[in-house]
Design a binder for this molecule. Structure first.
Ligand code: BTN
Length: 323
C-alpha cells in the first residue's frame, strides 16, 4: 500500500475535516509515527497540513502539481488512469509510454508530466509544452480491434476531450477533423495517436493528449497567438488540472467500454454533434492529391466524406485540412 496515497484519499473523503492520527494509522495499516513521517513528506511536496493535538490532521491546501497520488485519489475508474507515471520534465511523454507499453504496462496506464522539452504534434510538428500550465499526457490502450479501425480511437478521444472540457469549464468546444479541439477559431487541445502492431494485430496504442490549460495570453508565443488559446483564457478562470484529468479518465473509460461492446455508432454521432468541420468548405492535402469540397459527415467507419463541386463524394482517410 502507498501510504501517502492513502492519506491523500482519506483527506479527500473528509474535505476540511480533522482526521485523527489513530484513524489514519488504522486506515493505512501503519503506526502513528509512520503517519507523522508521511505527513512531513507531503508537506515537503507542497501540501499544507494543519496538525492539532487531540484533533489530528487537516488538509488546508494541495499543491497544483500532477502527481500519481492526486490523480488516483478519488478516481472513479477501474482501469483508465489506475496506473500513473508522473514526471516533472521529460522530452515527450510519447516515447515513455511506448517504453512502458512494450514492457507490459497495463491498459489505461497514463504518463503525465509538468513540462515537455521536445513535445511533438501531428505531421512531425513541435508541440509547445511549457511547465505547469498544461496537461501533457499519453494514455496506453490495448483494444482488440483490427488495424483499420484504430483511427476510430482518435475520434473517440476527441469526443471525450470535448465532453470533458464542456463539463469542467462550461465552455463548448468543437472538434476539427480528425482530432483538434477548438474553442471559437483557436486550438486548445490536440491528439496524437501512435500505434504498435504486428500484421493485423494491435499490440497497443499510445494516445498523446496536449491541453493548453492555464496559459495566459502572455504565455502563448507570438507565432501561435492567432491560432492557439487556453481553457483559462476562454473560461476566464484557472483550470483545476487534477479533477480535469480524473473526469477525462472517467469519460474515456465509459466511452471506450461502450465502443468495445457496441461499436463505433455512438462515437460517430457524438463526433458529428461536436464537429467544427461538417458543413464547411475545406481543402484537404494528402501525399497524392489536394481536394476541395464540402465536409458532409463521417461514414460508418469514421472516414471523412467530402463532396466536391461536381457532387462527387470522396473518402478522406488521413490528411492536413485547411478551411
Ligand atoms: C497535435 O495536435 O498535433 C497533437 C498534439 C499532441 C501533443 C501531446 S502532449 C502529450 C503527448 N506528448 C507529445 O510529445 N505529444 C503529445
Amino acid at each position: 500500500m502507498n501510504i501517502k496515497e492513502e492519506i491523500i484519499k482519506a483527506f479527500h473523503r473528509k474535505p476540511g475535516e480533522f482526521i485523527s492520527g489513530e484513524e489514519l494509522s488504522q486506515s493505512c495499516g501503519c503506526s502513528r509515527t509512520a503517519i507523522w513521517k508521511h505527513i512531513e513528506e507531503l508537506r515537503k511536496d507542497g501540501y499544507e497540513v494543519e496538525a492539532v493535538r487531540k484533533s489530528g490532521y487537516r488538509l488546508l491546501a494541495a499543491p497544483d502539481r500532477l502527481s500519481a497520488e492526486e490523480v488516483r485519489a478519488g478516481l472513479g475508474t477501474y482501469r483508465i488512469g489506475q496506473k500513473v507515471l508522473a514526471h516533472d520534465s521529460v522530452i515527450s511523454t510519447q516515447p515513455l509510454a511506448h517504453e512502458a507499453a512494450s514492457k507490459g504496462a497495463p491498459e489505461g496506464t497514463l504518463v503525465i508530466t509538468e513540462q515537455q522539452t521536445g513535445g511533438r504534434g501531428r505531421l512531425g510538428r513541435p508541440w509547445h509544452s511549457p511547465k505547469g500550465s498544461g496537461i501533457w499526457m499519453s494514455l496506453i490502450i490495448r483494444p482488440e480491434i483490427p488495424l483499420s479501425k484504430t483511427p476510430q480511437m482518435t475520434l473517440l478521444t476527441a469526443v471525450v476531450l470535448a465532453k470533458t472540457i464542456w463539463e469542467e469549464t462550461g465552455v463548448g468546444p468543437k472538434i476539427k477533423w480528425p482530432n483538434d479541439i477548438f474553442i471559437g477559431d483557436k486550438k486548445v487541445s490536440g491528439v496524437l495517436t501512435e500505434l504498435n502492431a504486428e500484421s493485423d494485430r494491435v499490440n497497443y496504442l499510445v494516445i498523446g493528449i496536449g491541453i493548453n490549460a492555464n496559459m495566459t495570453s502572455e504565455d502563448i508565443p507570438p507565432e501561435l497567438s492567432a491560432i492557439a488559446t487556453s481553457l483559462r483564457i476562454e473560461s476566464g478562470k484557472p483550470l483545476k488540472r487534477i479533477p480535469f484529468i480524473q473526469r477525462f479518465c472517467e469519460n474515456f473509460e465509459a466511452e471506450y467500454d461502450h465502443y468495445l461492446r457496441e461499436g463505433f455508432e455512438r462515437v460517430k454521432m457524438e463526433w458529428e454533434q461536436h464537429s467544427y468541420t461538417i458543413g464547411r468548405w475545406i481543402t484537404v492535402s494528402t501525399i497524392q492529391q489536394t481536394l476541395e469540397g464540402k465536409a458532409i459527415g463521417l461514414d460508418e467507419e469514421g472516414v471523412l466524406i467530402l463532396e466536391d463541386t461536381t457532387g462527387k463524394r470522396h473518402k478522406v482517410y488521413s490528411a492536413d485540412v485547411n478551411y
